[in-house]
Structures are given as C-alpha cells and as structure tokens.
Design a protein around this ligand. Structure first.
Ligand code: AMP
Length: 210
C-alpha cells in the first residue's frame, strides 16, 4: 500500500501535481481544501463551521478536518492507498492520520515565499474537471477553454487574493511547516524544488515515489 502526503505552502502546485500523480499511480486524490469547498457550497454543517476560517485564511479546527478524513478513508477507492493534498497541516492531524493509515511518502514541494503571491493571484481552474491553470505560467491553450475537458466555465477561488494569501502563508509557517521535522525524523520526507516547470517537478516526484 502506498499513501502519499503532498506537502507545501499554498500555491506550491500541490493540486496540479496531485492530478498528474493520480494519472500515474491510480491513487485517489484526497484534498481537504476541495472537500471543505464542496461542504461550503452544499451548506452542510461542516461547511457552515469551516467557512469563516477559510475566508480569513486560517486553518479550520483539527477536529473538523480529522472527522472528514476518517470518513473519507473508509470509502472503497481508498483501500489501496490515498494521495493526500493539503492534509495533514498540523501535528495533531498527522498524529490522527498515523493512527488510521501508514504514510509511505511525504513529498514536500518547496517554493520561496516571494513567489507565492504571484503564483496564487493568477490562478484559476476549470469548474467542470478541476484542472488548474495560471494567467502567466500555465494558461489554457485556447482562451477560456479547458485543455483537459473542453469545458468553458473557469473559476477563481474566493481566498486567492493577496491579503488572504499572506494569512495562509503565515498559517503555513506557524502551524504546518513544523510537520516537516516530524516526517523527516521518520525518513519518508522528500524535498522537491517546486520553482520550476510543471513537467520537471512531476518527473522528480515520480522518481521519489519509485
Ligand atoms: P487549500 O485548498 O488546501 O489551499 O485549503 C483552503 C483552505 O481550507 C485553507 O486555507 C484552510 O482554511 C482550509 N483547510 C484545507 N485543508 C485544511 C487542513 N488540513 N487543516 C485545516 N484547514 C484546512
């Protein structure tokens, strides 16, 4: 069984790489950010509880996240492993994960802080299939048309604005980056330079997984 954690600051390219690793490994992508956005959209209790934290760029409380993951991991597609994207983000989340499944690889996509704001503020995605693009670094080939599925409904995340990004970055440094030491001590931590072309990064990740 392979269970991968994609680790890194907001805007590092975790979602983009997750889609590519899913294609290569068949592991389902489990993004707590996507799950929370769906919960907010559907007006569930979880969504109502999480929304203000997300709007403020703060981490949603651990208990909410851990409950979401415990439920998700029971689904049949998760039985041979999972690729976690944006989870865990705190040491208590990592400890809870260790109780329910073994993480085999942590892939840390590293991007300097000064590159994060420009990367996030130009980001958009296809509302139909979720493919992620960027105004300057990775635009769709045809303006407004998804390269992957041909959909023409592109959306931008409400929290992809400069002030929220700065708050998300500080949450990352204060609460999430300490996890690097936690995983490094377990010998499963792989650092990848994320400030390069998308293909080069994918190829390094696949090598780290092999
Ligand atoms: P993301 O799509 O991973 O950038 O997450 C968007 C927002 O959802 C974050 O800024 C947090 O408010 C919340 N969130 C997502 N995953 C987690 C997590 N593992 N722990 C706490 N909050 C999370």
């Amino acid at each position: 069984m392979t269970s991968i954690v994609l680790f890194g600051p907001p805007g590092a390219g975790k979602g983009t790489q997750a889609a590519r690793i899913t294609d290569s490994t068949g592991l389902p992508q489990v993004s707590t950010g996507d799950m929370l956005r769906a919960a907010v959209k559907n007006g569930t209790d979880t969504g109502i509880a999480a929304k203000q934290y997300m709007d403020d760029g703060k981490l949603v409380p651990d208990s909410i996240i851990i409950d979401l993951i415990k439920e998700r991991i029971l689904e049949s597609d998760a039985k041979n492993g999972v690729m976690f994207d944006g989870f865990p983000r705190t040491v208590p989340q990592a400890e809870a994960l260790a109780d329910i499944t073994e993480v085999t690889h942590v892939i840390a996509i590293e991007v300097p802080d000064e590159r994060i704001v420009e990367r996030i503020c130009g980001r958009y995605s296809c509302a139909t299939c979720g493919a992620v693009y960027h105004d300057s670094f990775n635009p769709t080939k045809l303006d407004g048309v998804c390269d992957e599925c041909g959909g023409s409904d592109m959306k931008r995340r409400a929290d992809d604005n400069e002030s929220t990004v700065l708050q998300r970055l500080s949450a990352y440094h204060e609460q999430t980056s300490p996890l690097a030491d936690w995983y490094e001590s377990k010998g499963i931590f792989h650092r990848i330079n994320g400030d390069r072309g998308i293909d080069e990064i994918t190829s390094d990740i696949l090598q780290a997984l092999s």
